[in-house]
Each structure stands twice: as C-alpha cells, then as structure tokens.
Ligand binder design. Sequence first.
Ligand SMILES: Cc1ncc(C[n+]2csc(CCOP(=O)(O)OP(=O)(O)O)c2C)c(N)n1
Ligand SMILES: [Mg+2]
Length: 608
Amino acid sequence: MAQALVRFLARQWTERDGVERRLIAGCMGIFGHGNVAGIGQALAEQGAGTRDPLPYYPARNEQAMVHTAVGYARQSDRLSTLACTSSIGPGATNMVTGAALATIDRLPVLLLPGDLFATRVSSPVLQELEDPRSYDVSVNDCLKPVSRFWDRVNRPEQLPAALLGAMRVLADPAETGAVTLALPQDVQAEAYDWPEELFARRVWHVARPVPEPAALTRAAGLLRGSRRPLIVAGGGVRYSGACAELARFARRHGVPVAETQAGKGAVPYDHPCAVGAIGHTGTRAADTLAREADLVIGVGTRYSDFTTASRTLFRQAGFLNVNVAAFDAAKHAAETLVADAREALRALDDVDWRADPRWTARAAELAASWQAETDRFYGGTELTQPVVLGVLNAVAAGGVVVTAAGSMPGDLHRLWRASGPGQYHVEYGYSCMGYEIAGGLGVKLAAPEREVFVLVGDGSYLMMAQEIATAVQEDVKLVIVLVDNHGFASIGALSESVGALRLGTAYRTRGPDGRLDGERLPVDLAANAASLGAGVLTAADPRTLRAALLRAVASPRTTVVHVETVPGPAPAAEAWWDVPVAEVSGLAEARAARERYDEAKREQRPYL
Ligand SMILES: Cc1ncc(C[n+]2csc(CCOP(=O)(O)OP(=O)(O)O)c2C)c(N)n1
Ligand SMILES: [Mg+2]
C-alpha cells in the first residue's frame, strides 16, 4: 500500500494558466515504527526504475518539516507542496502545530502520520494512547481540527478515494490547508491489486472562479458610491498572481493600497498608490486612511485582529470583499465577490469610476512622509533592530526575507521595502516561533535561484534551530540573521503594557532573591550555530553588519550572522490590539493598564 501511495504522489501535477508543476514535489520525513517499514521502504525502493521519483528529505523535527513544507507551498503560490511522513505517536503529534499553521495560513501541506495497527492485534503498541472509552481513537485524531481534510486508511481498498480527496483539497484555492492521511502501520505493508489507472499521470486544474454577474453589479455600485476607498491587500493577491492587476487597478482608479502581513509586497513599496502596512503593525499612512475610508476593498484577506486593530480601525467604512473562499469573503457583513482575485480585479477594472482625487493625493503625501520616517529609523549609527533591518533591506534587494514571531514582524511590516512579489515572507497567521529557519529552508527549496534571508530572534532560535543541519545536509544555502536581545523583547514590552511586569521574558539567571533578574545566561548562540554546521559571522555596528551580510551572500554555505542589538527608537503602534488586562489587581501597573484598556475597548465595533 505504501508503495502505491508513493507511486501515486509522484504522478500528481497542478496546472494553472497553462503551467504545470508537481503537486507533491518531495517528501520530508523522520522514520520510526509506523512509517519506516511502510513508506520508508517504499521511498527506498522507488528510484532507478521509476519515471518520477519522489525526492526524500530527512529532517530533524516533525514540526519543523511541516514548516518547511509550508514555506515551500507559499513560495510556490500554493501550486506545489511537500509531503511529510512521521512515525506513530510523538512523531505524529509533533506535526499538530505545523498543521495548525498551514490551515490558518491557507497553505497546502500533505501529512502522512503513521498510525496504530488497523487489526489491533498487537495493541497496546509502543506510543499508543489507549483511550478506555474507544479503541477507535489514536493521537492522530489531534490532527482533525487542524486539518482541512483528514482520513484514516484502515483498508487498502480505501486508499484511492482517500488520495483523490486529499489531492482535491490540496489543489483547491478556497479549501486548502493541512491534509492528513493517517496510515495504520500494518495496512502500509499490505499487498493489494491496484487498478493501473490509479498511477496514471493526473493533472489538477487549479480553478480561477470568475465573479457572478449580479455580485459584480452590486460591487460596481459600491465603487461608484465611494469617494474614499482603501484596498486591503492580503495573501490571496499573491497566491492568485494578481499583483500586476492590483497595481493597475489602484493606479487607474486612484485607490490607496494597504497591505496585511501576508499581502505585503503585493504592490512595490514605491508604487504611487502604496501606503504600506495596515493594522496594529501598520504605518501611520495606512492606519490614518483606514480610519477615514468610506469603503474598504479587501482582496484575499482573512481580516485578522492585527489587520482590523481588533475591529477598531475602520470607523466609517463598509466592506467589499474579494475572496476565493466564501468564508473569508463574508466577513464584516461585506458585499462579497467570491472569485479569484485576478479575475475579480480584471472585472472591476472596467467600472468607470475614480476615487476623489484629493483622497488619492492625500494618500500619496502620507505615504511619502512614512518613507521619510523609514529613512530615519533605518539610518541610525547604533545597532538597534530597525537599523539592522535597514542594512539588511539594502543588501537583500531581490532576495526573500523570512520571519515569523517576536518583535521583528511588526518592525518589518512597517519598515521593509519590498519591490516585488515573493520578497516578503512573514508567517503571521500563527506567528509561530520556530518557523523561521525551517520555513526559510522550504522557501529556498522552492526558489533555489533566490537569496533567502532568515531573520530569527534568540527566543525563536532556541526553540528550533536544528534545521540548520538539514540545510547543510541538502546543501541549501540560507543567510540567517540571528538578532540577539537576550530574551523576548516583544513579549517583554507587551507584558509591561498589560501590568505583568515583564515576568519571565528576559534570559537571566536567578538572582539572590530568587527572581530571574541575575546575570545574562552564558549561552553562546554563535557557537551553537557553528556546531550545527553553519558558517558564523558576527557584527558589532552597521558597517561590519553590511560587510558580514555581503560575505554571507558571497559564501556558498549556510551562514549565520549573529547580531547583538541595542535598545533604541522603533516605530510605535498606530492602532490597538485587544489583549485583555486584569479587571482587578493589587498592582498599580495593572490598574493603570486596565484603565487604558477600557478606554481603547470603547472604540471596538461589531462591523455589522
Ligand atoms: C511557539 C510559540 N510560543 C510562544 C509564542 C509567544 N511569543 C511570541 S513572540 C515571543 C518571544 C520571541 O522572542 P525572540 O525570538 O527572541 O524575539 P524578540 O521578541 O526578542 O524580538 C513569544 C514567547 C509564539 N508566538 N510561538
Ligand atoms: Mg529576543
């Protein structure tokens, strides 16, 4: 059965706009009982005699290999991804976090956890959960709520339907996410007479649904009634390949374009209508316009709380949502265009209408003043985090910057200048510490021609640095900028702002009074990176940082540039984020925080 599965996966293709790609371009994995004798044996046996072998990439941690598959899928605009095979038990549950990330980020990954014997003859097996209420439960059931498709193949006969169901969801732009096929270990090893057609080359045509005429008429009516429109561009713009259409639509109709984390880079930062990041991590330009806009045109966005500033940002606007997923289109009681972003923008482009020219001009002025502010943040002489980003931004032109959690996503969202699609890769649906290096590996596997710059904080690095070894093994070159501020700068600041006194957010030893306020931990992250096989460079000021980055770019091997940052000016939030504060407390700090919270909360709207 596992041999059939591997053979099938190697024969699946996607097609969009006449271009065909392998749907499953390879398989990440870690072997143990539950996959070594099934899929492991099948992967080992394929090869010379097979026309399209499935490349195999051994990883170090199962969560990380799902991140790698996600990075691969996102860089491939969801048209190609990787499979991930794990043993039963901990190998499988390690994938739960990666699966949640993929599903939240609307990115296709195929998970193949091993499972208990379908016959149950050897139960309880090593790592079996043993639910006393039902023998039909295994730890793989944890993957159900985080998967868009989940099936357990209890008999070989079930495999063909399970595979077709899995491929349909992986190739469906509206329904995609993690797809799990739980594979009982005995069934993987069973023989079965498969129909030859199962192994025929199969092409999954990725749909570009066009807008319904009546919905288009309603949308045109909304546009004509708007004088102060604002586009919120999400990840869907890029996945649909609609960046050029968006740039043209914005210019032609004079509509400012603000971007979410997933949408950043949809239009070049210097496009005449670009106003940059929106929301809690937004620019003053975009957030000011958001407060005044009379119509928000959401394109391919899921409207996370960071985008809407927890529903405080849009005060006068109605919503027109273009989304291939009806679920996202319907948010905020919007007028909906359930369609592919490129098709919808082409159709809307024909509407004879323009925004108020004073609004368009004001947006351009606000954007220019934000660019001047970015220059100020980028231009310091000390190694603050914005200065690190500025030096990197100048070196990284044309490359891809990758990060996920901590204080860098916010600074990057506001400051980073992306001049084209696919240059900005911040995982912010799950904002998962540990995504950075593993995800960057996936980006580079998908786009070997591009320089990939991974930005990782010391906290995230300590959570999941081990995939450096996988990058070394695969001779996949990453430039990893390790930004060391000795703890959780982001959560430290958040903790202070909610009256939690920065508890547990700095990496310190216990002091004499038992608090974690002693010496800095004697942890040498540069030595750690070198031990995993990376080249290591350090930088102490902007000049040496630039030199180190240029050396890392010139080097053929994965290189970690270790930077210790100093506290300094950084762009502040222009809009709120709802993090509830203790309603009663003995601490004056918490009481003051609650007062600020109650004040901000008054601005929250239901968007009905
Ligand atoms: C897996 C996971 N655990 C916890 C969090 C909550 N969290 C967000 S940022 C952060 C600290 C990140 O520290 P670091 O990587 O050093 O970045 P810095 O905040 O210092 O920039 C934490 C704990 C998270 N996002 N992901
Ligand atoms: Mg840190």
